[in-house]
Design a protein around this ligand. Structure first.
Ligand SMILES: Cc1cc2nc3c(=O)[nH]c(=O)nc-3n(C[C@H](O)[C@H](O)[C@H](O)COP(=O)(O)OP(=O)(O)OC[C@H]3O[C@@H](n4cnc5c(N)ncnc54)[C@H](O)[C@@H]3O)c2cc1C
Length: 418
């Protein structure tokens, strides 16, 4: 079947907060024909399914509707992002999926207008992140109805108005787990417990008192039971005990993976830690003229961070359109030592102007108020004590005041937690 050939100045793949933020800023800055392709029938990304408030307030660190947080509801935030982009002339096309590449900045699409091949002077990837389903988390047992990820739960409740069940267990204790708990309670379910394999920390006591349900720490899900409907979750505790929580609903939360299929198909270098495209301090991927923003880069941050990254990438994209795409010298890789899991951005350009002035990191296990030490070739560049413990699944940050001390011709810069 023949494809319609088209050209645009900037093609944004993904109409969530990040892609819409990028398109709004680029269209307003005179980048020419800026087109957003969104595979769903409506643009706005994940916030469309989150009825709770707290959107548009950056750095809340929590994704739930409880607590005094202000901000907009998810759908209102999604509508505001769409209006900001379309209002300055960006072209939004929904129901159009980008399925592959046919050149460095040429993509293949399928949508209501049929098959297309679109070539852009710059491509911005903003395809977001998804939660890993239970099967990918290797939890054995039967597969009856009643098992959800947070996204599936929110779609079932908020979009399709489905009845969910009566008693739920939430697996995970990341910020999004509290969003899932709010959705369950809003749908009338009792929360039997929230379960995490992480060890005890000072937070559980607070969470217990505040949220009104037990938080079981250091507990691993060993099996799900039930035939026609989920009936229980078997747990193994740190002391070797096993217990079963009776429930008819289980929600696996967090554990986000960047939606990186398109980036992989395009042969972009993927960072082993984040599993999104490797990118530098100017949102540049390993391919000239291809940029990336939002949760695709580092899985789930809050929507305000994603939208701000989208807007910030307009500067390097405009530079690229003006013919100054490549950094002025070699990129220095930025790596972490275990138990740290990853850092983003993960390449440092010599002309680095870090959006937000900080790097975002994740740890694989809880660390009580660690020192973060930045070094290169055995030389310490920076040392910073964090004021709070760091927890798996929760973002924490490292200031960027040490960038000018990097040797651009040296080896990788390393971040170690002591
Ligand atoms: C349950 C839950 C609750 C949350 N609650 C909050 C909150 O209270 N406050 C807050 O600030 N943040 C919250 N967040 C986080 C916030 O929603 C995300 O950080 C934000 O949506 C990320 O924006 P994004 O544009 O990077 O990705 P997304 O919102 O995921 O958007 C990506 C878009 O790209 C599209 N796409 C992907 N691949 C293709 C393709 N090949 N072709 C075309 N289109 C494609 C997708 O359909 C999607 O619309 C929550 C997240 C979840 C999961």
């Amino acid at each position: 079947m023949t494809r319609l050939e088209r050209s645009v100045d900037v093609l944004v793949v993904g109409g969530g907060p990040a892609g819409l933020g990028a398109a709004a800023e680029l269209a307003a800055s005179g980048a020419g024909h800026v087109e957003i392709l969104e595979r769903e029938q409506d643009a706005g990304g994940i916030p469309r399914h989150c009825l709770h408030g707290g959107f548009g307030v950056r750095g809340t660190g929590r994704f739930s509707g409880s607590g005094p947080r202000g901000g907009m509801s998810g759908p209102a935030f999604a509508r505001a992002c769409v209006a900001a982009a379309v209002g300055v002339g960006a072209v939004l096309r929904t129901g159009v999926s980008v399925t592959g590449w046919d050149g460095p900045r040429t993509v293949e699409t399928t949508g209501p207008a049929g098959l297309e091949r679109i070539t852009a002077r710059a491509v911005v990837l903003a395809t977001g992140a998804r939660e890993r389903p239970r099967s990918a988390r290797l939890v054995p047992g039967s597969r009856p109805p009643g098992i959800y990820t947070t996204g599936e739960l929110q779609r079932a409740v908020h979009v399709h108005g489905q009845r969910i069940g009566t008693h739920a267990v939430v697996i995970g204790n990341e910020p999004v787990a509290h969003g899932a708990a709010d959705t369950l309670r809003g749908a009338g379910l009792d929360i039997v417990a929230m379960v995490t394999d992480q060890p005890v920390s000072p937070l559980p006591a607070l969470v217990r008192a505040w949220a009104g349900f037990p938080l079981l720490t250091g507990a691993t899900v060993t099996r799900l039971t039930g035939r026609n409907r989920i009936s229980g979750v078997e747990l193994r505790h740190e002391d070797g005990r096993t217990t079963t929580l009776r429930c008819d609903t289980v929600v696996f939360t967090g554990d986000f993976v960047p939606e990186h299929e398109l980036a992989r198909r395009g042969g972009l270098v993927i960072d082993a830690g984040t599993r999104g495209p490797a990118y530098d301090t100017g949102f540049r991927t390993s391919r000239d003229g291809v940029f990336a923003v939002g949760n695709l880069l580092h899985a789930a941050e809050d929507a305000g961070v994603a939208a701000a990254e989208g807007r910030a990438c307009a500067v390097p994209v405009l530079r690229g359109l003006a013919g100054h795409d490549r950094p002025a010298g070699p990129l220095v890789p930025l790596e972490v030592d275990p138990p740290l899991r990853w850092v983003a951005p993960n390449r440092i350009a010599p002309d680095a102007e870090l959006h937000d002035g900080r790097f975002v990191l994740r740890t694989g296990r809880r660390l009580p108020r660690p020192h973060l030490v930045v070094s290169q070739d055995g030389r310490e560049l920076h040392r910073q004590r964090l004021l709070l413990p760091v927890l798996p699944g929760h973002p924490f940050h490292l200031g960027a005041g040490w960038l000018e001390r990097i040797d651009p011709h040296g080896s990788a810069v390393r971040i170690t937690a002591l």
